[in-house]
Design a protein. Structure first.
Ligand code: ADP
Ligand code: MG
Length: 583
């Protein structure tokens, strides 16, 4: 007869269970994500312990790598079994496992997450960061809240946990030495107030690691259906870094290449991964793979496809970058981690700093996510500006041709990035040839030193722009004017307003005033054009008094159709222009 010890959940745990089972997650199926992520954490811990050279006080787990299942070791993997007849779902991992005492403190209490305690302990031993280049565990494990495990009770009437701790079983032949001996432990609960602990019957095989058996609620039998479970796994856990087998078949095929050192990922791998994340069949136009640890931990792998779909009238694209925390999906196609204009970018962002917890349900509320968006946007813009500088042809002919619209949208909507984005734009100007593109920086570098403004003219075509009466003054004074041919560009200029401290002025605005030619008086003098007209070299100009009389006649005649009539020196062959009111 097996002795069962009946234990009580800590008071907070009971409350939490109540919340979790009834209302915490809007989406039930995330329980699987939680349990798979625990399994993955447990495997990660084991891998880390090995890399750090031993488990606990003993030397039970050798450094040897048994991922391939060779050498008599148990491979590092996650096995999921569905049993429709019994209406159970079992998640097994071959990770660190738990001793009886660990089961009590990790699953019976929530005040202190087991993962958190583990990290503390590792810090104590000062071995957390010695384990090579990428060390996810040393930088903090997912989950600062310890809610995850209890989500199993959203779908199950009863949960059994069978566990055998890696540190105590002496699988390398070194022997145990732990006070629990090498026994496997069974933890059982119906998620109400209590749980029981007992020695696992010897006829139930339990390798190193943990099995979580969910006795599903009768009305939720879909979770013992293989294809349903497969769908959920594909959705949330495809990039888990350990193999996942569902009823013996491998489900996750893609490795988490975004976590690898960018230098080690070749083009072929990028090509495959790109196709996977984007659901597209072209090759990426550009790849942005980086890691940063300040202001927060980020590992990102993003792609710019060779084309975007909005131009085919297929409607607005959804965001294309998914958010992960240590390989576990937090939010597919997250609308929060990048500004909207970046929706053409496809890929994955992984941050260990993101707690895999309640807050994942609403990433948009998180200050962390805000920080992340800022950091990512800055990276993307700097990636583009590097391309613009170093690979100008590609930038102009491939990227800009396809995506300029998105940059312009950003200028109009993403005020944080507006100025940085404006540097990525190109325009035709009055000086260049048709099709010759100039950036605002280039424009400014060619401006005469005394010129404080940037001029642009909106016209349907280059010919019409060049013939426009608005151009007369600019041509005369040899001032370069940016031509914009679409309402969008016109809108961009109006939104941008300034560039590097210079005003962007439409050539049809009344405040535009120009000297007769280069080197004349500064054009900054915006008032008193009428008075200055006496100085016109043609000799045909009106006197100040005549001009005033003429203007007043004009104004009376046109009455409400104009707000003001004044003389100007900007025209040479056209008698008059209509200008926009300075509002
Ligand atoms: P978190 O993962 O955020 O710490 P959970 O509620 O998901 O919180 O899990 C609580 C703790 O239980 C974990 O920190 C871990 O110590 C332990 N645990 C849960 N599942 C496993 C597992 N499969 N193997 C080993 N330990 C586990
Ligand atoms: Mg967890």
């Amino acid at each position: 007869v097996v002795q069962k010890d009946e234990m009580e959940f800590q008071a907070e745990t009971r409350q939490l269970l109540d919340i979790v089972t009834h209302s915490l997650y809007t989406d039930r199926e995330v329980f699987l994500r939680e349990l798979v992520s625990n399994a993955s954490d447990a495997l990660e811990k084991l891998r880390h312990l090995r890399a750090a050279g031993g488990v606990g006080g003993g030397d039970g787990v050798k450094d040897g790598d048994d991922d391939d299942g060779g050498g008599g070791g148990v491979p590092l993997e996650i096995r999921i079994e569905t049993d429709e007849a019994a209406n159970t779902l079992t998640i097994t991992d071959t990770g660190v496992g738990m001793t009886r005492a660990e089961l009590v403190s990790n699953l019976g209490t929530i005040a202190r997450s087991g993962s958190k305690a583990f990290v503390e302990e590792m810090k104590h031993k000062e071995i957390a960061r010695d384990a090579g280049d990428y060390d996810p565990f040393g930088q903090g494990i997912i989950g600062k809240f310890g809610v995850g495990f209890y989500s199993g009770f959203m779908v199950a009437d009863k949960v059994d946990v069978r566990s055998r701790s890696a540190g105590r079983i002496g699988e390398g032949g070194g022997g145990g030495g732990g006070d629990d001996g090498d026994s496997a432990v069974l933890w059982e609960s119906t998620g109400t107030g209590r749980y029981t602990l007992s020695a696992l019957s010897p006829d139930v095989r339990q390798d190193r690691g943990t099995s979580v058996v969910l006795h599903l609620k009768p009305e939720l039998s879909q979770y013992s259906d293989e294809s349903t479970v497969e769908c959920i796994l594909k959705k949330y856990s495809n990039f888990v870094g350990f193999p996942i087998y569902l009823n013996g078949n491998r489900v996750n095929t893609i490795e988490a290449i975004w976590l690898q050192d960018p230098k080690t990922v070749d083009e072929g791998k990028h090509s495959d991964f790109y196709k996977y994340v984007s659901h597209m069949y072209d090759e990426p136009l550009s790849t942005l793979h980086f890691r940063m640890d300040a202001p927060l931990d980020i590992k990102a792998l993003m792609y710019i496809p060779s084309f975007h779909q909005e131009k085919y009238g297929m409607g607005r694209m959804d965001p294309g970058v998914s958010l992960y925390s240590r390989k576990v999906l937090v939010e597919p196609k997250s609308p929060d981690i990048l500004p909207e204009w970046c929706r053409f970018i496809k890929g994955v962002v992984d941050s260990e700093d993101l707690p895999l917890s309640i807050s994942r349900e609403k990433p948009q509320d998180s200050a962390l996510v805000g920080k992340m968006r800022k950091a990512l946007t800055r990276k993307i813009i700097s990636h583009l500006s590097t391309m613009m500088r170093k690979d100008t042809e590609k930038y102009k002919d491939e990227f800009y041709k396809e995506y300029s619209y998105f940059l312009k949208e950003g200028v109009c909507h993403d005020f944080d990035s507006q100025q940085a984005l404006s540097k990525l734009l190109y325009f035709e100007t009055s000086k260049g040839m048709a099709g010759e593109l100039v950036s605002l920086d280039e424009y400014v570098s060619r401006c005469p030193p005394e010129s404080k403004d940037i001029y642009y003219l909106f016209a349907p075509s280059r010919e019409l722009a060049l013939q426009s009466p608005y151009m007369e003054g600019f041509s005369k004074s040899k001032r370069e004017v940016i031509f914009v041919y679409s309402a969008i560009d016109d809108f961009v200029m109006a939104n941008l307003k300034t560039f590097e401290g210079r005003n962007l002025l439409s050539a049809d605005r009344s405040e535009v005033d120009l000297p007769q030619s280069d080197g004349d008086d500064s054009d900054a003098d915006k008032d008193g054009q009428a008075e200055k007209d006496d100085a016109s070299p043609s000799g045909k100009s009106l006197s100040t008094a005549e001009a005033a009389k003429f203007c007043s006649w004009f104004q009376t005649t046109l009455s409400t159709k104009v707000s003001k009539c004044k003389t100007t020196n900007r025209l040479s062959s056209s008698p008059a222009v209509v200008t926009d009111n300075e509002s």
